[in-house]
Structure formats: C-alpha cells, structure tokens
Design a protein around this ligand. Structure first.
Ligand code: ADP
Ligand code: ASP
Ligand code: MG
Length: 466
C-alpha cells in the first residue's frame, strides 16, 4: 500500500468549489488504496491579509483591522457554504469558525492596546489561517463520508525551536510524536488532516515555519512516517524552467535532483519552500509537484539522482527582487587580512543576512547583496563600526537591483556555459553589476538593475532553448 503525504497549497484551496474539488481528489486516491495524510495551507491570500492586519493593529488602526477581519470572515463563511453540503456538518464547522474568529479578534484587540507586535504574537496570529482552512477541508471530507481527524501542527507533534517566524523542527522528538499520533490512524483507514505551516515550541507556544512553510510540514510528516512519496499540489504543472508569470513560455521540468530543486527554491522559485526538501532528501523520499487543476499532468518529480543529459545543462532560471547592493571600499583594505571577516561579522551580529558576495582582485572593495528592507540599517551599522577605524573609506549602495540565478547540475564541468549566458544578456543591452558562482557549480548568479531582471531571464531562457 502506497503511503503518500498530500499537501494542498493556498492556490488549491482558494474557494469553496476548489475545496470540494480537492476533497473529491482525495476521495479518489483513497479508492485507489492510498494511505494519506493531508496537509492544508491557508486559503489563498489569507496569510498576507493576517500579516497586514497584525501590522495595522500594532499601529492602532482599529478600523482597518476590523475591515480586514470582516473580509477574512466572509471568505471563510462563503467557502464553507460552497464546500459542505450536509447541514449539520456545515453548522458544526461554522460554529468552530466563529469561535476561532472571536479568538482572533481578541488577539488583535490585545495588539492594538499594547501597540506591540512581537514575533511570538505574530506567529500566533498567522496560525489562524491554516487553522480555519484545514477545518473546512476536514468538514468537506466528512461530507463525502470519509473518516477523518483534524490536527493542528502542534497536536500532530511538530516541535520546533523558538525562532518565531522561521522556526525549525526538532526532528527526533517530532518524528517520535508524529509516529505515535498519526500512524495508528493510517492503519485504520482514517485520514489525518493537518494544518500546514505551524508547529509549537517545547513549551507549547505556537510557531510558524516561514513563508510557504506548509511544504515543510508535509516533508516533516513524510520523514516521520517514512512515507513513499510527498505530493505538493499547486496551481501550476510543476516546477518550471522559470516563473510562468515572467516567462509565459516556461516549461515544466519533468525531473530534477533534490540539489537542483533546493538551489532553485533558495533563489526564489516560489513553487517550493527552500528548507522543505531537507527532511525528504534525508530519508530519500521522492517529492512530486502536481497541478490540482490538471490531473492528467504528471508534474515534476524530485529525486536523489542527478541525471544529466548532455543537452540540458541549464534547468531553471529564477529571479529574486527587492534586493540592494552595498559596496564597501577603501585602500586600507588592501593587504589587511580579516577585513571581509570583520564586515560580515558586524552584519551577522546585527542579524543582517547577506545573499551574495564578491571581492575585486585589487582587494580595494567588497560588494554584497542583501534584502532591500535592511539596506539602511546595514549601511549605518557599517559606517558606525568601520569608518572611524580608517580601514574603509566609503560605503555606497544601490537600492534597485535583483539577482538572476541559473541552475542546473549539467553546468558543472561544461565549459562555456557562463560565456553563453553572459553573451545572451549583454546582447540585450543589460549591464551586469556583479557575478558569483556557488562552489557546488550547480548555479551561477548575477546582479542587474531590477528593471532589467525580466529581460535577462528571458534572454537566457531563449539562449538555452528552455
Ligand atoms: P501554493 O499555494 O500552491 O503553495 P505558491 O504561490 O506558494 O503556491 O507557489 C506556486 C506559484 O509559484 C506558482 O503559481 C508560480 O507562479 C510561482 N513560481 C515561481 N517560480 C516558479 C517556478 N520556477 N516554477 C513553478 N512555479 C513558480
Ligand atoms: N500560508 C502560509 C504562507 O502563505 C504557508 C503556506 O502557504 O505554505 O506562507
Ligand atoms: Mg507555497
């Protein structure tokens, strides 16, 4: 019997009709003899709305919070109505939704009064999205006559560290607990329906696994239960050669290795949470990305082996926006060992994450890339710490850049790939500001002005005939 963890993203559960469709899909697979755990994301757009509402609450904008809350309520009520036909099941779901939303309103009132939004309270707010969506999916499955049991990530046994907003699972305890709580149900043909994205610390405080974290929930459960496969259901045909919203001719990548998929995810292919692949890779559990709305399509299969066909050196291209470039220069840096270490140590201590680094051969300057939102803080921190020492002369910044990352295991040891890539970009008149190749040689990334980003992606897409 095949044991599959099925995760449905927000794009798969955007409305009551879609939830009904998802429930039918699950029912069909049950009929085919699959053992399943279902993991559910918040309804499309709800996590964003909750983030907005919590920030408005911190700023004391009571009316705005109220409006957002009302919209969220309407969305879930409408979805319930369209998804669940049986009156008493629907009523039960509606009542639980109501108490849940009351609780959420109280949390917002608290934030408004305190004027403070801690990472901990933010995670608590965000957990409501998945709690509500999963409840509706649970009710819809019951409506179809299936035996199901509802779990929050916490109840399912996902224990994390207390890094709110980006928590990591403590795999040993987590695996042990999930096995104890979930496995017996599978043997009894009961489908556990689990909220994606959320876990809890050892003290029981709710945490979230980072944006897109429902993928992570699915692979954590898969690893714990030694599942045969993880299926990530979404609204596109699989992991594609580029974001289909930028490159309309982007194609599905039928198969790639975990390493390639991780590189693509780290560099912004939103189709997968970057760390989500780790638990699956560790247990060698294949991950499939499939389209909820195009069941004929086999999707993308992510597996251990790196299959390199001579022709497809480049597999995918991704684009990360909202970045900034910082350039630190000064003759004092030449031949002074440890300058780079000092710079990155200062940034690290201030929790500023660096995405890409390059140093010129003359050693007289170091450039690096970071998120645009931390730019000001990074520049002032460096100025305060380093200018007075005379080690550096100037810190300059550009706040309108993006990174294009090109991924493919076949690039390793294939000469001339970089030259072809840079040639294609240059012919479009796009200027590269910085270039880096990861030591894995699985990717080459470069920096261009944000307005040139899409042009560069398209140029490479054409050059390598993806
Ligand atoms: P879900 O709700 O299913 O988790 P996400 O919005 O998190 O959906 O991810 C799916 C979206 O990722 C797609 O709709 C697509 O626009 C976007 N995307 C970005 N890059 C890629 C890529 N390389 N391949 C596939 N999808 C991508
Ligand atoms: N709802 C969460 C988010 O939007 C988690 C997820 O969708 O995977 O990031
Ligand atoms: Mg997602």
């Amino acid at each position: 019997m095949k044991r599959v963890i099925m995760k449905f993203g927000g794009t798969s559960v955007g409305s009551g009709e879609h939830i009904r469709h998802v429930a039918d899909l699950i029912n069909n697979h049950l009929g085919k003899g699959y053992q399943m755990v279902v993991v559910v994301s918040a309804l499309k757009g709800v996590t964003d709305a909750l983030i907005e509402a919590s920030e408005e609450a911190r700023s004391g904008n009571r009316d705005h919070v109220h409006k957002l809350l009302q919209k969220t309520t309407e969305k879930h009520v409408a979805a319930t109505e369209n998804a669940i036909k049986n009156k008493s099941i629907r009523k039960e779901v509606e009542q639980t939704l109501e108490t849940t939303l009351d609780e959420l309103e109280k949390v917002f009132t608290g934030i408004i009064y305190l004027g403070e939004l801690t990472p901990k309270s933010k995670d608590y707010v965000l957990s409501f999205g998945e709690r509500m969506s999963t409840l509706i999916v649970w009710g819809t499955l019951r409506d179809l006559g299936l035996s199901v049991q509802y779990f929050t990530g916490k109840d399912a046994g996902i224990v994390t560290d207390s890094n709110f907003g980006e928590a990591r699972p403590m795999m040993k305890v987590t695996a042990h607990q999930i096995k104890q709580k979930i496995e017996p149900l599978l043997e009894k043909r009961i489908i556990p329906v689990v909220t994606g994205y959320i876990g809890a610390t050892q003290d029981g405080e709710i945490t979230t696994l980072g944006r897109g974290g429902s993928d992570y929930t699915a692979t954590i459960i898969a690893a714990a239960l030694e599942a045969d496969e993880v299926w990530v259901w979404t609204d596109v045909d699989g992991l594609m050669t580029s974001d289909p919203k930028i490159v309309p001719s982007a194609k599905v990548i039928p198969e790639l290795s975990f390493q390639e998929a991780i590189e693509m995810a780290i560099f912004g292919a939103k189709a997968m949470h970057p760390r989500a692949l780790e638990p699956a890779m560790e247990k060698e559990i294949p991950v499939r990305i499939r389209n909820t709305f195009n069941l004929q399509n086999p999707g993308t299969l992510i597996v251990m082996e790196q299959k390199i066909k001579p022709k497809d050196v480049v597999k995918g291209i991704t684009l990360i926006k909202n970045l900034a470039l910082v350039n630190v220069s000064g003759a004092g840096m030449v031949g002074t060992p440890g300058t780079a270490a000092k710079i990155f140590d200062i940034l690290g201590k201030n929790n500023i994450n660096v995405l890409m680094i390059s140093q010129s051969a003359s050693e007289a300057n170091i450039s690096f890339i970071l998120q645009r939102e931390v730019l000001e803080r990074a520049v002032s921190t460096l100025e305060i710490a380093l200018l007075a020492s005379g080690l550096i002369h100037e810190v300059t910044a550009e706040d309108d850049v993006c990174v294009v990352a090109v991924v493919g295991a076949g690039m390793k040891g294939t000469p001339g790939v970089a030259a072809r890539m840079f040639g294609a970009v240059a012919r479009r008149g796009v200027n590269m500001r910085m270039i880096a190749q990861g030591s894995s040689e699985l990717n080459i990334s470069f920096v261009v002005k944000e307005t040139d980003g899409e042009k560069a992606v398209l140029a490479i897409h054409e050059e390598f005939k993806l």
